[in-house]
Design a protein around this ligand. Structure first.
Ligand code: NAP
Ligand code: 3JN
Length: 340
């Protein structure tokens, strides 16, 4: 059968995630018939490269989606909230990277390694949500353990790269680092405190319960994707002076008895996961190893000796690729191959 050809749009094409989406469409040889690159009015006049051709960036408008089959959105929650319904009305399926639609019961929240079947629900609103980057890498590693042994509780602390905040934050870490090592004054504008040579236990806005929105995204999204509201989850999310690659220290308590060796063997046979775990040779996942590739790296797998069924591990992935762009393009590919 001839390969379907898809008219695709990228909304937020000039951003850190949008740019990586374009690269992923190229790398994954996505069957694109045409591509629309959309951003704010500020970017009109710019051109971006797709498969060797220069493509004009156009302003995102309500009528941008006529004749478009799939639109990949990464232009912020407010933009998705406003424009995704216009796209859906024109028969285009939106795969949205923002938090705007993630917890909507009529919108599937998808990690292809975990719940690809949920994509079928796209017909309800014409929107599929891509989870938060910190959630994605955690569920890729934890879902097989949950399926086999049952997870009762998750305690996670994250170490998140500045690229998660976008292109201005990447520039801020670079500029502050250069200023400080040259004994110059530096500016702080993206984060409330200096990020260079520092760690900030604060990602997204604080809520009344004392947690941040990022922390509660991890709690709520994990339960939705793993289809189990009974899992106890608590998160602390921390911004660290790393450019690319989110790291997570994860402690789980299982229902069935499990050992570190069992978990290691299971994860060694899990698609999308690479186990790097040889501490005697100083081998464990690093942000710099995760950056630029699509696997979720897991190491430091060990028994939690403080409880009967506890396991500790360290989970690392490229937040802009598997945490955002790659996951979105993988969803778009399944949508194309199985539903359109
Ligand atoms: P970024 O580098 O700041 O880029 C923002 C993009 O959105 C730019 O292309 C910008 O266009 C566009 N944009 C902003 N306001 C717009 C408007 N009113 N109309 C049309 N386009 C508009 O940010 P980023 O890191 O790529 O992140 C973008 C969004 O993706 C985030 O807000 C978030 O919702 C989502 N995201 C998700 C994850 C995840 O965990 N899955 C991770 C990171 C980001 P201009 O260049 O013209 O301003
Ligand atoms: O900070 C990170 O590392 C991930 C950031 C994600 C993000 C940034 C701005 C707005 C999101 C998200 O995906 O949850 C949003 C948002 O859409 O709420």
């Amino acid at each position: 059968m001839a390969q379907k050809k898809i008219n695709i749009a990228v909304a937020g094409a000039t951003g850190a995630v949008g740019n990586q989406m374009i690269r992923c469409l190229e790398e994954m040889n996505f069957p694109a018939n045409s591509i629309q690159l959309l951003a704010s009015s500020r970017s009109v006049g710019r051109q971006l490269r797709f498969k060797g051709d220069l493509v004009d960036v156009k302003e995102l408008k309500e009528n941008s989606f006529k004749g478009v089959d799939i639109a990949l959105f990464s232009a912020g929650g407010g933009t998705s909230e406003k424009f995704a319904p216009f796209a859906a009305k024109d028969g285009c399926v939106v795969v949205d990277n923002s938090s705007a639609w993630r917890m909507d019961p009529q919108v599937p929240l998808v990690v292809p390694e975990v719940n690809p079947h949920a994509i079928a629900q796209h017909t309800e609103k014409g929107i599929i949500a891509n989870p938060n980057c910190s959630t994605i890498q955690m569920v890729v590693a934890l879902n097989p353990i949950h399926k086999k042994y049952g997870i009762k509780r998750i305690v996670v602390s994250t170490y998140q790269a500045v690229s998660g905040t976008g292109k201005k934050a990447i520039d801020e870490l670079f500029d502050q680092t250069r200023a400080i090592i040259n004994f110059l004054n530096y500016e702080t504008s993206v984060y409330p405190h200096r990020i260079a040579f520092n760690c900030l236990p604060h990602i997204d806005a604080f809520l009344d319960n004392g947690y941040t929105k990022e922390e509660m995204k991890m709690v709520n999204e994990t339960r939705k994707i793993m289809e189990d509201d009974s899992i106890g989850i608590t998160a602390t999310t921390v911004r660290v002076p790393v450019f690319f690659g989110h790291c997570e220290s994860v402690n789980i308590e299982t229902i069935e008895s499990v050992s570190a060796a069992d978990v290691k063997m299971l994860l060694e046979n899990t698609p999308g996961v690479r186990v790097i775990d040889d501490p005697k040779k100083n081998m464990y996942p690093l942000a710099i190893d995760a950056a630029g590739q699509d696997l979720t790296l897991v190491g430091r797998i060990r028994n939690d000796e403080s409880i009967p069924n506890g396991i500790n591990m360290w989970i690392v992935a490229d937040n802009i690729r598997k945490g955002a762009a790659t996951n979105t393009v993988q969803i778009a590919r399944i949508l194309t191959d199985e539903y359109l």
